[in-house]
Design a protein around this ligand. Structure first.
Ligand SMILES: NC(=O)c1ccc[n+]([C@@H]2O[C@H](COP(=O)([O-])OP(=O)(O)OC[C@H]3O[C@@H](n4cnc5c(N)ncnc54)[C@H](OP(=O)(O)O)[C@@H]3O)[C@@H](O)[C@H]2O)c1
Length: 335
């Protein structure tokens, strides 16, 4: 049995971490740390969890206890940098749900996140936890950087085809749609219901922070073609839908690609290969990533969908924790 701390446990992703650890048979206790809500009661922040969690006082991030075996860090970017190096120095395990350690170099981080990274060494020491892709490093890691939500949906869709057919790929274009919870709970005018309702728009074209993360990781599995990434905001609260179009030099039969995906994900309990394009509502409130592959002539279209707060954040973080500690990876996630 272990105990955990959730730093930033009062946010959107924090709420689901809390729900998962409450139903996890290997977690004996937890503390929630936050900023403005420190001193408040958990059930005042999450009244919907009455009867699900016991009420506790939220602690301040300025008074970290360092007494837990593992800390989930679920803070806005830039903030994780203040706490993670000390936790690791004290020999405590960390899973970071934010973007501060996902990129491999300080230069990339400075360029895309807009300020100086202060723990360069940890950028190369972290393990990038895209947990449904086999990676033995997760089991022995003290520090996991949990992938971003868009990167999870796109990488799970693209890694197999890139691994097997990279030399046949001319270009890849991924177009993604997200609900408003992807931006966290802080108030923003563009996320008001009156702005979102009945509307769809592209945003952050050519400057979304997830683009270098996706390119970095796809390059590691062999991508050597141009990659484009465009994000859109949907008038819904939850979920991500990504459509990736791959142009090939020569035809590959759809059955051949699909067979390879089924083999690659044979042991991945949370990736489901579908015969038809998946629907967002099949995965909302679950840790599944649903994927469909459709190929015609020299074009392959891969659709993938996840819940941004679960598979794209808290569910994947719990799966990473389970692997880190050598437990069944579904513990706490599937009842
Ligand atoms: N939302 C998603 O779909 C999603 C998916 C994948 C990854 N992520 C990443 O996960 C992290 C958390 O996202 P979220 O959506 O849960 O955010 P959120 O809803 O905005 O919650 C942020 C949390 O951080 C705390 N916090 C805010 N500013 C702080 C500061 N200056 N010092 C200490 N604590 C502070 C807040 O505490 P108070 O409530 O007390 O202010 C709250 O607990 C972000 O890095 C985000 O990029 C989010």
């Amino acid at each position: 049995m272990i105990s955990v701390g959730i730093i930033g446990g009062t946010g959107y992703t924090g709420k689901y971490l809390l729900e998962f650890i409450k139903q996890h048979e290997m977690i004996a206790g937890y503390t929630i740390y936050a900023n403005k809500s420190a001193g408040s009661k958990l059930l005042d922040v999450f009244p919907e969890l009455l009867g699900v969690i016991e009420d506790k006082t939220i602690q301040s991030v300025n008074n970290l206890s360092y007494t837990h075996d593992l800390y989930f860090v679920s803070l806005p970017h830039g903030e994780s940098l203040k706490y993670i190096p000390t936790l690791l120095d004290k020999g405590i395990k960390v899973i970071d749900l934010g973007g501060d350690f996902r990129l491999d170099t300080k230069e990339l981080y400075n360029e895309w996140y807009g300020f100086e990274h202060t723990s360069e060494k940890l950028l190369s020491e972290k393990v990038y936890g895209l947990v449904d892709i086999k990676n033995n490093k997760i089991e022995n890691s003290n520090f996991i950087s949990n992938p971003g939500c868009y990167p999870t949906s796109i990488q799970l869709a693209l890694i197999p085809i890139i691994k097997k057919y990279s030399d046949n790929i001319i270009s890849i274009s991924s177009v993604s749609y997200s609900g408003a919870s992807g931006a966290g709970k802080s108030a923003k005018t563009e996320l008001l219901l009156a702005e979102l309702d009945g509307n769809v728009k592209a945003y952050n074209i050519n400057k979304h922070r997830h683009q270098p993360e996706i390119e970095q990781e796809l390059t590691k599995v062999g991508m050597n073609s141009p990659f484009a990434f465009t994000t859109h905001l949907l008038p819904i609260a939850r979920g991500i839908y990504s459509t990736s179009t791959i142009h090939l030099n020569s035809v590959i039969h759809e059955d051949e690609i699909k067979e390879f995906y089924l083999k690659e994900y044979a042991n991945s309990k949370f990736v489901r290969i579908r015969n038809i394009p998946p629907e967002l509502k099949w995965v909302v409130n679950t840790n599944f990533c649903d994927i469909n592959i459709s190929a015609k002539n020299k074009t392959v279209v891969i659709t993938s969908t996840i819940d941004n707060l679960i598979k794209g954040a808290s569910g994947q973080a719990i799966q990473n924790m389970n692997k880190m500690f050598g437990w069944d990876e579904t513990l706490g996630i599937i009842k």
